[in-house]
Design a protein around this ligand. Structure first.
Ligand code: ATP
Ligand code: MG
Ligand code: FE
Length: 350
């Protein structure tokens, strides 16, 4: 089965071709191309929806061509066409979604509408030899922080989530406050490596409460109040370099303490022996190292996607579509995009 996946929910246009020769074997990623609009949106300090959709539309034909060429196939070889149906920016979603449907219609092949969150959640398993196994999933992205009990394709139980800002959003908002380039996550990751994570005492709300919800909005308030104490002007550019790095390290430490604390709590509660992380925040270096340690100490298998599959990509969309197509779940061509799609909407209720 050859699956062509398209992702266009936000500021990345991506196309991937995934080939599954046998059901028990890991599929082969023939090509996965991502065209990021980050440099464009960086000029505005965040994503501008209108610019995003125009750029998806301008980029997609060339990306499709490049992806097919790199994989050595033609549209006629594709068995399943897939595209993200939500959540995301509606006009951005429509570009990839309509393209995927048009290709499916022209080729007379099935279309699969994929929930972007399900794509992220399954991404650690794209290259995993055993395929999808029951596990505790932590999805930490720019818009979501979810702790999910994953039993099999389409069987997801949401155990906890962020009650306000997502983990990636917390990185990005603090980054903006410190006037670091957009998005803040990777910048804070780099600076944190040069700083002292214990330099500043920042809040870790709900860490010791038994439930699995988290909250990150207090962090930006804490940083807001801290800044004028660190330098009289309150201008982040007046902070000494080392102090800025220490602040980044302390912010990062607060976020990952909460993520790790709750992930290990969820492991104890569900008795899962496998933890998988996904989403842009899952490429954070300190998070990866410390979660790997925590898992090893507790005899838990730790599965994480390659860096290239942590932020938005189409390989995860093609993979989710492959599993859904195998389960007989293809989508009619009038399936709408939904900017507010939730993970629960991805569940089979057959
Ligand atoms: P969603 O999938 O919830 O709709 P999204 O698609 O914008 O949101 P992703 O593309 O998965 O999210 O991830 C982007 C987020 O990941 C941004 O908030 C970014 O700051 C964060 N991020 C990326 N790299 C790192 C890193 N190394 N450390 C921390 N955060 C990071
Ligand atoms: Mg993105
Ligand atoms: Fe995403």
């Amino acid at each position: 089965t050859l699956v062509l996946g398209i992702e266009s929910s936000c500021d990345e246009t991506a196309v991937a071709l995934l080939l599954s020769e046998k059901e028990g074997e890991a599929p082969r990623l023939l090509s996965s191309i991502i065209s990021s609009q980050i440099p464009l949106h960086r000029l505005h300090g965040g994503v501008v929806p209108e610019l995003a959709s125009r750029n998806h539309s301008a980029n997609l034909p060339a990306l499709l061509r490049e992806s097919l060429d790199k994989a050595g196939c033609t549209v006629a070889d594709v068995d399943v066409f897939a595209a993200t149906a939500g959540p995301g920016l509606v006009a951005a979603l429509l570009v990839g979604n309509t393209t995927g449907k048009a290709l499916a219609l022209a080729a007379g092949k099935p279309f699969v509408a994929v929930n972007h969150l399900e794509g992220h959640l399954l991404s650690p398993f794209v290259a995993h030899p055993a395929g999808l196994v029951p596990h505790l999933g932590l999805l930490a992205s720019g818009g979501h922080t979810l702790f999910v009990d994953v039993r099999c394709i389409g069987d997801y139980r949401l155990l906890g989530r962020s009650l306000d800002d997502a983990a990636g959003e917390a990185f990005d908002k603090v980054g903006k406050m410190l006037d670091l380039p957009y998005p803040g996550g990777p910048e804070i990751d780099k600076r944190a490596a040069l700083g002292d994570p214990a330099a500043f005492d920042l809040p870790r709300p709900m860490l010791h409460e038994p439930h699995l919800n988290v909250s990150f909005s207090g962090l930006k308030t804490a940083v807001l109040y801290l800044l004028p104490k660190l330098c009289p002007s309150g201008n982040p550019h007046d902070l000494p370099e080392q102090m800025l790095n220490d602040l980044c390290a302390s912010v990062q430490q607060a976020i990952i303490d909460v993520l790790i604390g709750k992930a290990m709590r969820a492991i104890r509660q569900t008795k899962h022996r496998t933890l998988a992380i996904s989403g842009g925040v899952s490429c954070n270096a300190a998070l990866r190292t410390r979660l790997a340690d925590a898992c090893e100490k507790n005899g838990v298998e730790f599965i994480l996607p390659p860096n290239s599959l942590t932020t938005d990509n189409a390989a995860m969309i093609a993979f989710a579509a492959l599993l859904k197509a195998r389960a007989g779940q293809t989508s009619p061509l009038d399936t709408p995009v939904d900017p507010n799609l939730r993970l629960a909407d991805a569940e089979n209720r057959a």
